[in-house]
Design a binder for this molecule. Structure first.
Ligand code: BES
Ligand code: MN
Ligand code: MN
Length: 463
């Protein structure tokens, strides 16, 4: 029988093994030492798309890592689904916190994944989730059940800001023309609580440098008499939040979308267990902006976080020194209507203004992007909802995520189509962390659900 469930039953070992092969290549886009591995991964994706039935697969050169593009056009009058994903991964460090090597995938059972989970960098974000789409396409083409046209666009620079993808999209609007964009690069609430991501936060990422004296100084001879850049930087960073954990940058909240009480009440219905949350992270309490719940703090509210801070002596033992420079990397997660370039400018102006005369401050923007919200009455959302209903037996809950995929708002602006975020990962899958993993059940459930999206989208579109 050519149903998706029997197809998966007959091919699941191969599906898992193919993903494991893909996960063995360290396609770390942030580190140029892995350039050849990133390029090799693009080649493998190309071959996998060809094997899955794409007609024209190209490796499109950019100023950075290439974009793998493939399509299967069966009838120009039928709708077109554009699948986006990324084949690059985050650096795996700190390596010593991994229980197995990040690029030597292993399958292990966990409490949440009794069927086993694949442990490797990129297992969930996003090689595993991206590859579900390749396997779903293989099923649809090989059993003659592809109901519409499909285009694939898989990039290699998502984890470093997608700068070259933006140019590619702007220059290839016709080629990329579609009726809906489908992405699996987010999560769901739980294995028995399917959800569709309806919002992503925007991002502004900056690096700051504080310079005091022109050289590192003896902390006894000079201590107390000149500004210590590390002390100053710490004070400046601390002042960016007030006692209610509101961000103090003037104008920061001006455009923040305020949800109505009804919308907040609706959000609060999503299942959430604070004790389990605290237990999973081994914390005795949560922490954040006054007046908001944990789920609001990490989705509909903007944030400012230090991602790294360094300077002075950090080696073994003690060295008495006042460093000349101190640094920090700071990210701000933004919500709809906040403009990331404007926020970056507000940060820069404010941060420079709070520095005492005794130091010099330099703010360097890295990358950023706009937030995104998608309506739940679009054909795409309805098709996704029906697909989950089919395979999970439950209607999925719409949920805004705290993460960012900055390119999504650009897709809407340039290609004029909505993005549907069908994520199958769990928060506990440890993306970007040591021991990243993806449940085999989740992987196969994704492959099972995706073809129904195509079916229902094509049906609803024809009405
Ligand atoms: N797939 C993630 C984003 C994500 C994960 C969104 C889970 C929602 C739920 C993506 O690969 C990512 O890590 N994005 C970065 C931003 C990027 C510009 C580096 C992020 O959110 O930090
Ligand atoms: Mn991702
Ligand atoms: Mn990521």
């Amino acid at each position: 029988m050519n149903t998706i469930t029997s197809y998966i039953e007959n091919n699941k070992e191969r599906f898992v093994n193919e993903l494991i092969e893909l996960l063995k290549i360290p396609s770390i886009s942030a580190d140029s030492a892995f350039k050849n591995d990133v390029l090799k991964t693009a080649e493998i994706i190309k071959v996998s798309l060809e094997n899955a039935g794409c007609d024209a697969v190209e490796i499109c050169k950019t100023d950075g890592y290439p974009i793998v593009y493939g399509e299967k056009i069966i009838d120009k009058n039928l709708p077109t689904v554009l699948v986006y994903g990324h084949y690059d991964v985050q650096p795996p460090d700190p390596l010593e916190l991994w229980n197995s090597a990040p690029f030597e995938p292993i399958i292990e059972k966990t409490e949440l994944h009794p069927e086993g989970a694949i442990f490797a960098r990129g297992a969930c974000d996003d090689k595993g989730q991206m590859y579900m789409h390749v396997k779903a396409l293989e099923f649809m083409t090989s059993t003659h059940q592809l109901p519409c046209n499909v285009k694939f666009m898989i990039e290699g620079e998502e984890e470093v800001g997608s700068a070259n993808l933006a140019t590619f999209v702007k220059n290839n609007k016709e080629k990329l023309q579609n009726d809906v964009i489908l992405i699996s690069d987010t999560g769901m609430i739980a294995k028995d609580v399917p959800s569709i991501t309806t919002g992503l936060r925007g991002l502004s990422y900056v690096e700051v440098e504080v310079t005091g004296p022109n050289r590192d100084l003896h902390s006894g001879l000079y201590g107390g008499a000149v500004a210590n850049p590390i002390n100053i930087l710490s004070k400046m960073i601390a002042s960016l939040h007030d006692e209610n954990n509101h961000i103090t940058i003037p104008g920061f909240y001006n455009k923040v979308e305020n949800l109505s009480e009804e919308e907040r009440a609706e959000m609060a219905k999503a299942p959430f267990n604070l004790d389990a949350y605290k237990k999973a992270l081994d914390i005795s309490d949560v922490y954040g902006e006054k007046g908001y719940t944990t789920n609001e703090r990490n989705s509909i509210r903007p944030t400012l976080d230090v991602n790294g801070i360094w300077g002075g002596y950090t080696g073994e033992g003690a060295k008495t020194v006042i460093a000349s420079k101190a640094y920090a990397k700071i990210s701000m997660r933004l919500v709809p209507h906040q403009d990331w370039e404007e926020i970056t400018q507000l940060f820069k102006t404010h941060f420079e203004s709070i520095a005492p005369d005794a130091v010099k401050v330099k703010v360097t923007p890295h990358h950023g992007g706009q937030g995104y919200v998608t309506p739940i009455d679009s054909i795409g959302y309805k098709a996704a909802s029906k697909a989950y209903k089919q395979t999970f037996g439950k209607t999925p809950i719409p949920q805004r995520s705290g993460g960012s995929i900055p390119i999504v708002s650009l897709f809407e602006k340039e290609l004029k189509s909505k993005t549907i975020l069908m994520g199958f990962g769990l928060d506990s899958d440890a993306i970007h962390s040591p021991n990243e993993h993806f449940g085999v059940w989740n992987y196969l459930k994704g492959i099972e659900t995706i073809p129904y999206f195509y079916k229902y989208f094509t049906e609803l579109k024809a009405k």
